[in-house]
Design a binder for this molecule. Structure first.
Ligand SMILES: Cc1cn([C@H]2C[C@H](O)[C@@H](COP(=O)(O)OP(=O)(O)OP(=O)(O)O)O2)c(=O)[nH]c1=O
Length: 190
């Protein structure tokens, strides 16, 4: 039995590699647009599970990890921006405020059957951003494939005044939680 990451995200791959995990990567087949849950915790858990299950059917004896990350501001879920205009709107809304980042993590195996799904919440506070730095950041393109239109692990780190909770959860994979989930199934990340 091996560990398989069901993800196209280079960040999730890098995080697992960083802690010395041995794993393979498979592209998940789940369609994220099918889900319109309003509760972020339930949404990220459902999406993480759908990604893991889409790969588990191809890899029945392996333990498959799926994950999904969203940003939540005033109860509104922010995914990846569709274009530069939406990215600017998201960053302007996040400026000077505290938001939540939720990541759902699912572990799925077909034989023998196992399914564990959890979610982790981190609070992130942005300093006030100038309109011109928002423009420059959007033009940089770094946040375009990221929930909330920023990357805490990149230039977007300059926006972050304070984090409460797991930093890696913001990047897309709560490592300590995943490790604990795996240990309960008799393994671990390392
Ligand atoms: C808030 C934030 C999100 N992100 C990323 C994490 C996720 O990869 C992405 C949110 O999109 P997701 O749909 O969670 O993941 P993905 O489409 O990149 O990859 P896959 O579904 O194949 O696993 O935003 C950062 O890299 N840095 C950040 O600071």
């Amino acid at each position: 039995m091996g560990l398989v990451l069901a993800s196209t995200s280079p960040r999730r791959r890098q995080l697992l590699a960083m802690v010395g995990a041995r794993f393979e990567v498979e592209v998940p087949g789940a369609d994220e647009r099918e889900y319109c849950l309003e509760d972020p915790e339930r949404l990220v858990m459902a999406l993480a599970r759908a990604k893991a299950e889409s790969v588990a059917s191809r890899r029945p004896r392996d333990l498959v990890v799926g994950a999904d990350t969203v940003v939540v501001l005033d109860g509104r879920i922010l995914g990846k921006p569709a274009d530069g205009r939406e990215a600017r709107e998201m960053l302007e809304a996040l400026s000077g405020r505290t938001h939540e980042v939720w990541t759902g993590v699912a572990l799925v195996r077909r034989e023998p059957e196992a399914c564990r799904v959890e979610a982790e919440r981190t609070e992130v506070t942005f300093r006030s951003l100038d309109p011109d730095e928002v423009d420059r950041y959007v033009a940089l393109g770094e946040g375009m494939d990221k929930a909330g239109a920023y990357a805490v692990q990149g230039v977007g780190g300059l926006f972050v005044e304070r984090i409460e909770g797991c930093y890696f959860n913001v990047v897309g994979l709560p490592l300590a939680r995943l490790h604990t989930m795996l240990r309960r199934l008799g393994s671990g990340l390392w």
